[in-house]
Write a protein that binds this ligand. Sequence first.
Ligand SMILES: NC(=O)c1ccc[n+]([C@@H]2O[C@H](COP(=O)([O-])OP(=O)(O)OC[C@H]3O[C@@H](n4cnc5c(N)ncnc54)[C@H](O)[C@@H]3O)[C@@H](O)[C@H]2O)c1
Length: 315
Amino acid sequence: MKKSVLITGAAGFIGSHLSERFLAEGFDVLGVDNFLTGREANIQDALKNPSFRFEKADVIERFDFKNPFGGKFWMVLHFACPASPTDFENLSQEILEVDSIGTMNALKFAHEQGAKFFIASTSEVYGDPLVHPQTEEYWGNVSSTGPRSCYDEAKRFSEAATMVYHRKYKLDTRIVRIFNTYGPRMRLNDGRVVPALCEQALRGKPLTVHGDGTQTRSFCYVSDLVDGIFKLAMSKENLPTNVGNPVEYSLNDFANVVNKLTGQKLATQYLPSRPEDPRRRKPDISKAKRILGWEPKVSLEDGLKLTLDAFKKEL
Ligand SMILES: NC(=O)c1ccc[n+]([C@@H]2O[C@H](COP(=O)([O-])OP(=O)(O)OC[C@H]3O[C@@H](n4cnc5c(N)ncnc54)[C@H](O)[C@@H]3O)[C@@H](O)[C@H]2O)c1
């Protein structure tokens, strides 16, 4: 019998790509999502595969899923959570709840099923980091009350809850700390810098950057991220692992790449800084290289070309 996995957030950006990777690797997949920030279009391809089933549900309200393929789930992957800066503003309570109540529900369910548990954490657990690049040992520099705290602290809670289940019940856990990831199926209007600047460039509008554009980000293409996540799922590593692309770009440099790829010379329009926007972000991926034999392969230019092609179809 094939192994089954349950993926929450399966109709979202990362969850949908991850579902397809598990299907390609021969797993049965039950995807769960309430379409808060996800879209039915994201799972259209997966739904054609008989090894994929989908259940619409809010994992804050209920976590009582039956395995449609029979038997128990082999792994529960909790990826449901809005993740963009505009979501931090508009969906703060939903974020807090899905990464506290939702995580506790998912942990309890995994424990009862005898399944392994995988939580999507984030580089935001490092906050505005004082250590650079960020290693998994760094405890972070996070505000517990600021406008991003709903996300950062809920993810830190999720990690803490996962470790409680690991220590108390010997739950076989995986924790991935995801750094900025981009690719097809991101929402054009979600406020993240990649879709925002790509859409502006495709429409021939000025490229808007918050702050002075010298702040840096490390952009990971989604197929690289999903590869790291899959390898981590197959590993025996219970503690947090960074997965991201260590090549660092300032937002000004990023705007230049977008101009180059779209053959334009659009001006950059500077907007006020976002409150508590981290200045620098760069993962130390030595651990992922060592224990998973993983490192990103897709350059920013190659990944952005694929992303721009996908976004063009959405305009
Ligand atoms: N994209 C990134 O760069 C990034 C970086 C770090 C961490 N992450 C994490 O990866 C995961 C996926 O992020 P994404 O970028 O794909 O975001 P996304 O918004 O595209 O996906 C999240 C999905 O979860 C669903 N969802 C939200 N609340 C739910 C609930 N209560 N019940 C059921 N479904 C619910 C949404 O409808 C959506 O489909 C999140 O946990 C996020 O925190 C993403």
